[in-house]
Design a protein around this ligand. Structure first.
Ligand code: GDP
Ligand code: MG
Length: 482
């Protein structure tokens, strides 16, 4: 979603880091460019103004001008201001990350009522099912879903079908019943059925209208929701912010779910929403499938926007897919600066298990830019399979002591793996580069399991993707994380 913004900010900020000293006019010029980038991304004007004012004051401060790395300090200031704009606390970057809870406050006596509101087509029904599914599977909650949409034909059936798909109970449909009566019945069933959570999906309208607001407000009186979540489509940009404002004034919301974040929205809605409404974005819908729901985490999003990668997102994905025992072994060896061809093989296998390469790689700090230079063919699973085949055609001794591999052995390995001597050479060279990285890593220390999984914060992968890939580290280590 933030691609264009990331490109623009990246080029402004990279320019700064390439300079030694920064004069106030350098900073002012950079701030003008940041301002334009934000406006082009459709961020609300007052939000942009506040942001620039705050960042400028800090960036022009003495601490920056006198610093040895002024450019990096400006990036840090921009990053922290972004985190705050998104509703996070830059001094506590990990915040309350809970990988299992979908960002919803359930601290209330059961059944906890959650009310979903928003315009028609914003994704309320889909999101209701996503949240219910997540709460049930990961949160181990018993969830009841209730559709109050008696306007759109088959809207109640839509929720019932989704419920069947994800294994969440829905309130039985009684033909002709009115929304307020359904709401009462839903609450009663949630109590007698001993549900932990009851989610009410409401009807939307195409635009904000008084009748809809009035109905939602009376539903609210009845169900007394602990959370009232506004579901809004990121693709509608500024209109999403206006929608949020009016729902908040008329109905009162506790949080926002931004949907279609998987589309090519410019990101302005995500960036202005918090500042304009004072309500946090809690979740993001990132696709049509039931598991396409992510917690909106300000620090992670700020990192993504600045192209610093989303380290936590990366770890989360990796944790879900990686073979832990192997990863730990690998990490331990790497920490000792050891990395033979067996390690490379095991790393290749781990990476393949992580699935979608581009998605994963985009999350690695500093790799965002580099990724653009990588051809898709280099991320092709077939490439990995060929590399794997080459190592598998080596003897155990060769894998441990790659220096043994001279001309005749290379020929044998190439034949055995159905590749060429050139490819074998390339792999050996990549291995060598990675080994060097590992040794360097050892000196840096402290990257722990992540290093193990990724092969050295990006360097390992860079080596694997055909060597020669230049791995810029625009902001040094990911900001605000170490
Ligand atoms: N790509 C994408 N599509 C979504 C997302 N959330 C919902 N949709 C789709 O948007 C359409 C409308 O969703 P629905 O839940 O019926 O909206 P409602 O009218 O607010 O209940 C459906 O086709 C959904 O599959 C999302 O996060 N990403
Ligand atoms: Mg609906």
């Amino acid at each position: 979603m933030f691609d264009t913004l990331t490109d623009k900010l990246g080029s402004v900020l990279n320019k700064l880091t390439r300079r030694g000293a920064l004069t106030p006019s350098d900073i002012a010029a950079a701030m003008r460019e940041v301002r334009v980038a934000l406006l082009e991304a459709d961020v609300a004007l007052p939000v942009v103004k506040d942001f620039i004012a705050k960042v400028s004051v800090q960036a022009e401060g003495e601490a920056v001008v006198k610093s040895v790395t002024p450019g990096q300090m400006v990036i840090k200031i921009v990053h922290d201001a972004l985190v705050e704009m998104l509703g996070g606390d830059p001094t506590n970057p990990e915040g309350a990350i809970n990988f299992d809870a979908p960002g919803i406050d359930l601290a209330a006596p059961a059944p906890v009522a959650v009310l979903m509101v928003g315009l028609q087509g914003s994704g309320k029904t889909t999101t209701t099912a996503k949240i219910a599914h997540r709460l049930q599977v990961k949160g181990k909650k018993r969830v009841l879903m209730v559709s109050l949409d008696t306007y759109r034909p088959a809207a109640q059936e839509q929720l019932a079908i989704l419920g069947k798909q994800v294994g969440v109970v829905t309130l039985p449909i009684v033909a002709g019943q009115k929304p307020l009566d359904i709401a009462k019945r839903g609450l009663a069933d949630a109590r007698t059925g001993v549900f932990d959570v009851v989610i009410f999906d409401t009807a939307g309208r195409l635009t904000i209208d008084e009748a809809m607001m009035a109905e939602v407000a009376s539903v609210r009186e009845i169900v007394k929701p602990h959370e009232t979540l506004l579901v809004t489509d990121a693709m509608i940009g500024q209109d999403a912010v206006i929608t949020a404002q009016s729902f908040n004034e008329k109905v009162g919301i506790t949080g926002i779910v931004l949907t279609r974040v998987d589309g090519d929205a410019r990101g302005g809605a995500a960036l202005s929403m918090r500042a304009v409404t004072g309500r946090p974005i809690k979740l993001m819908g990132v696709g049509e499938k039931v598991d396409a729901l992510e917690v909106f985490h300000p620090t992670r999003i700020a990192g993504r926007i600045l192209g610093m990668g989303d380290v936590v997102g990366l770890v989360e994905k990796a944790v879900a897919n990686v073979d832990h025992e192997k990863a730990e072994k690998l990490a331990a060896r790497m920490q000792e600066g050891k990395f033979d061809l067996n390690d490379m093989l095991s790393q290749l296998q781990q990476i393949q298990r992580m699935g979608d390469m581009k998605g994963i790689l985009g999350l690695i700090p500093g790799i965002g830019n580099a990724l653009k230079q990588v051809k898709d063919s280099q991320l092709d699973p077939k490439t990995f399979k060929r590399l794997e085949a080459i190592i598998q055609s080596m003897t155990p001794k060769e894998r441990r002591l790659p220096d043994l591999i001279k001309a005749s052995r290379k020929q044998r390995i190439a034949t055995g793996s159905g590749t060429s001597v050139a490819e074998v050479n390339k792999l050996l060279k990549q291995h060598q580069q990675m080994e060097t990285m590992m040794k360097r890593m050892k000196k840096m220390g402290g990257l722990g399991a992540l290093a193990g999984m990724m092969g050295g914060g990006g360097g390992g992968l860079g080596g694997m993707m055909g060597g020669g890939m230049n791995m810029p580290r625009p902001g040094g280590p990911p900001l605000g994380r170490r």
